[in-house]
Write a protein that binds this ligand. Sequence first.
Ligand code: CP
Ligand code: NVA
Length: 302
Amino acid sequence: MKKDFLSILDISREELANLIAHARKLKEERRVGIHTPVLAHKTLGMIFEKSSTRTRISFETGMFELGGHALFLNPKDMQLGRGEAIRDTARVMSRFVSAIMIRANRHDEVIELATHSDIPVINGLSDREHPCQILADIMTIDERLFRTEGIRVAWIGDGNNVCTSLILSTILTGMEVVVASPPEFAPGKEIVAEALKMGARVRVVADPMDAATDADVIMTDTWISMGQEEEVDRRRKIFMPYQVNAGLMSMAKPGAIVMHCLPAHRNWEITDEVIDSKASVVWDQAENRLHVQKALLVRLLG
Ligand code: CP
Ligand code: NVA
């Protein structure tokens, strides 16, 4: 049976622990120049319906370092962009490549692609989730704070795709998340209810100071996700009280870290002072995408 990675909940608690351990090993091996070509002759097809820096570069580099190959596919240059069905694209790609990574406008496109593929499909961001990002974030928290169990994360800002994966991940990690969002942009009630039923540890509040108080981790993301560019003026106004700045950071535990999946709008959701501070682990977070996705690729393809 092929395995997909469409949601952070597509792996178990135990698989997550193994994945992080493998990612740490791959990180150390890379540091000393060891590269084992365990994915020789394997190809990853990467469909990007939206822009990317980190996801594209980390998957492409990761496949290369594992001895395989990655194909960057822009739907505009594919027949997909001229109306070829996703299910037909899935069937055809299954005959050529070993796995597909897709960054899609809509999560149902990711599901449809996986349903009709004979090969593993990885969600490289959809409107619902960004599970690869949360894998890297869990690895980074574990690296910096030496555990995830009992860690208190304050999510400050938009209750978006990254936030959803973070909320769901608490089922696997034993972390606790307090989300502070303007009520209009809080994570979907259905998602939160579903997550709580499955054992997630999440609380949604409106006051960013409330969320940040005694947090081990302050985490934020853009206020304007890809596709929301027309709402920029309205969103910027509504979200300004949710800026991660020195005042907000002072509410967190001493030694707290600050995280952002990037790209950041500096001095909007996070100030220069905070993103460039000692508490900031954003560059490690970005780097860990590479290591953890290599571990994921080996798990799905090895
Ligand atoms: N964090 C993240 O997924 O970045 P990109 O959009 O650059 O891939
Ligand atoms: N929430 C952001 C994440 C970008 C990596 C978006 O969807 O654009």
